[in-house]
Design a protein around this ligand. Structure first.
Ligand code: URA
Length: 254
């Protein structure tokens, strides 16, 4: 619906302003009392006043507040950080977000292992997250990995047919490509693998099923969305309009 937002519900102005990072509800109450908030040019001293955040012109201290509900972030996940919202022991990807992003309360879309790096989408759009994670949608995810041993055509054929994991589950067909090999004291293979499901530790378990071990794992794409390789590890940026449309999220309220 975007800026037209004609079905957006009215909300308390303190909720709208705190969602946009203007401070806590009590900060906003004080600012309202000081006459710093205007709605369509008129001073509003009641922080419980209701506005349509898409239609009403809200200003704080003379600065217009451009409201949006959702945020869509791409992170290049570093190793050693959990893709969870909280953890008692370890840092999570949320701990890496700037306050300006964190205030939207995004959460990671799906999980990468602690040691996996690469593309992680974070959003507060539950509907999009659900669509991307739905097992019925078979959203392809592509990983690049370093694998101990010589990955060969037999493995490519096995992955294309589906491999049986240690718990008896047979994976859906997956596309394995061999990108290169290194022959040091041990042979290692660089590979790319596209899977269309998301079982726990799936890539690592698929290689275990063919007697090999993943030593480095990086996600490079999810659906049509590709990792921006210029993002340093641990950094995050908002998706562009084009990237949002690749995910099918451009038609919803942002
Ligand atoms: N498969 C894995 O084994 N680990 C990940 O983090 C993602 C896919």
């Amino acid at each position: 619906m975007g800026a037209s937002g004609n079905n957006a519900k009215k909300q308390r102005i303190d909720k709208v302003l705190s969602h946009m990072g203007a401070g806590s509800r009590s900060d906003i109450r004080k600012q309202a009392k000081q006459g710093l908030i205007t709605v369509n040019g008129i001073v509003v001293k009641d922080s419980g006043f209701h506005v349509d955040p898409y239609l009403d012109r809200v200003e704080l201290n003379g600065e217009p507040i451009l409201y949006r509900e959702h945020i869509y972030l791409m992170m290049n996940k570093p190793p050693g950080v959990l893709s969870a919202t909280e953890d008692k022991r370890d840092r999570t990807v949320l701990d890496l977000l700037k306050p300006a992003y964190a205030q939207f309360e995004p959460f990671p879309v799906g999980r990468l292992d602690k040691d996996t790096v690469g593309l992680l989408l974070l959003t507060n759009d539950g509907k999009l997250a659900h669509e991307l994670l739905s097992p019925r949608k078979h959203v392809p995810k592509t990983y690049e990995a370093i694998v101990e041993g010589e990955v060969d055509a037999t493995d490519v054929a096995a992955f294309a047919a589906g491999v049986e994991l240690e718990d008896g589950y047979v994976t859906l067909p997956a596309q394995l490509s061999i990108l290169g090999r290194e022959r040091g004291s041990k042979v290692t293979s660089q590979i790319s693998l596209t899977i269309t499901e998301g079982k726990f530790h799936q890539v690592k378990r698929m290689f275990i099923a063919v007697g090999k071990k993943v030593t480095f794992l990086k996600r490079v794409s999810m659906g049509e969305l590709k990792l921006d390789e210029s993002l340093p590890l641990g950094a995050c940026r908002e998706l562009t309009a084009e990237e949002l449309s690749l995910l099918g999220a451009d038609g919803r309220e942002t």
